[in-house]
Design a protein around this ligand. Structure first.
Ligand SMILES: NC(=O)c1ccc[n+]([C@@H]2O[C@H](COP(=O)([O-])OP(=O)(O)OC[C@H]3O[C@@H](n4cnc5c(N)ncnc54)[C@H](OP(=O)(O)O)[C@@H]3O)[C@@H](O)[C@H]2O)c1
Length: 314
């Protein structure tokens, strides 16, 4: 056994499940933080049996709900002495969704699940992470953020609570991309914030991975066909789970913080130019991220909003 505790959100399917299995195989104490306990219970048993590791715990968490996060973190702190690795893997993307959906605290659901929930959770768990000798946080980001190489693309900061739900068209894909860009911006901001406490924060830019049957079954018929077609060539989640493991445990990344890392485990740099041939390299390569992510004002806006929203957490 490795005397280290890893928490993975959304560990009941896809990359999260593969990561739970990887860490369990390597002898870690694994906390699967999942919302559907009926489905997740079977997955927990599967992971524990396949890895022959009895220290695979399942705890209930809805990352889109501040109330759920608060009680989850309180229960976790009672059960466990510290936290070594926190992987914010869970995400909301409902392809084809046309209506704004809000979280219990009235935040647009992609932003609640992918940004403000994880931020609230990290802030609540920071004191437990601080007790680790080598605390690492990993955010699941995506190549979708490349859309921000387009100079016209921006996060609609004024609509994160669905303020314009009656006048602005909802695009699930855009909202998802915006939320993942916000998560990247907060990766940089959090890394600065937590540096003095010995907690490292990085993001992994996930390119493409096979979707699980459970995830595909949630889609509308059109998107279901498309997802099955893409699955024919997309790689298995286990490869990306190996990246989670490597970034969160290897000596190579022990002192790395505030970075975006690609699927080849290379650190991605901010783009130097977003014009002409350089822009083509940005879009088709995996070595640069949009300058938009480094905007100090965006970081402060998101940070302040995260703190403000958390004040109203039940
Ligand atoms: N697959 C790809 O090609 C790809 C590409 C880029 C980025 N990513 C990122 O990689 C991560 C994992 O994706 P995946 O492909 O493995 O997707 P997945 O199989 O659909 O897994 C997503 C997980 O998140 C959980 N989840 C969603 N909302 C939640 C909530 N409110 N509370 C708790 N758990 C919640 C889901 O639980 P339920 O089963 O209860 O819904 C599920 O376990 C995500 O952050 C995704 O954005 C994936």
């Amino acid at each position: 056994m490795v005397d280290k505790i890893v928490m993975i959100t959304g560990a009941n399917s896809g990359i999260g499940k593969a990561a739970a299995l990887k860490f369990a195989m390597e002898g870690y104490r694994v906390i699967m933080a999942c919302r559907n306990m009926r489905i997740s219970k079977a997955v927990q048993q599967e992971v524990a049996e396949a890895s022959d590791n009895a220290s695979v715990d399942l705890m209930e968490l809805d990352v889109s709900s501040f109330q759920s996060i608060r009680s989850f973190c309180a229960e976790f702190k009672q059960k466990y002495p510290r936290l070594d690795i926190l992987i914010h893997n869970a995400a909301y993307l409902n392809h084809g969704e046309k209506e704004y959906r809000l979280s219990p605290e009235q935040i647009e659901l992609s932003f609640a699940t992918n940004v403000f929930g994880p931020l609230f959770m990290t802030n609540l768990l920071a004191d437990h992470l601080e007790k680790s000798q080598d605390a690492r946080i990993l955010h699941a980001c995506t190549t979708n953020i490349k859309n921000f190489f387009d100079p016209k693309r921006k996060i609609d900061f004024d609509n994160l609570r669905g303020e314009f739900r009656n006048s602005r068209r909802y695009s699930a894909y855009k909202m998802y991309g915006d939320s993942k860009m916000a998560l990247l911006i907060l990766t940089f901001r959090l890394a600065e914030e937590l540096k003095g406490r010995g907690i490292k924060v990085n993001a992994l830019q996930i390119n493409r991975v096979k979707l699980s049957k459970a995830t595909i079954d949630k889609l509308s018929p059109f998107w279901r066909v498309l997802a099955w077609a893409q699955n024919l060539t997309n790689p298995l989640p286990s490869g990306m789970a190996d990246n989670y493991y490597y970034i969160c445990t290897s000596e190579e990344f022990r002192h790395v913080t505030g970075r975006l890392i690609n699927h080849n485990r290379e650190i991605i740099q901010p783009s130097t130019s977003e014009k002409g041939i350089e822009q083509l390299k940005n879009i088709f390569g995996s070595g640069s991220y949009p300058q938009y992510a480094n905007d100090h004002q965006h970081a402060e806006t998101l940070w302040d909003l995260g703190i403000e929203l958390a004040k109203y957490a039940p």
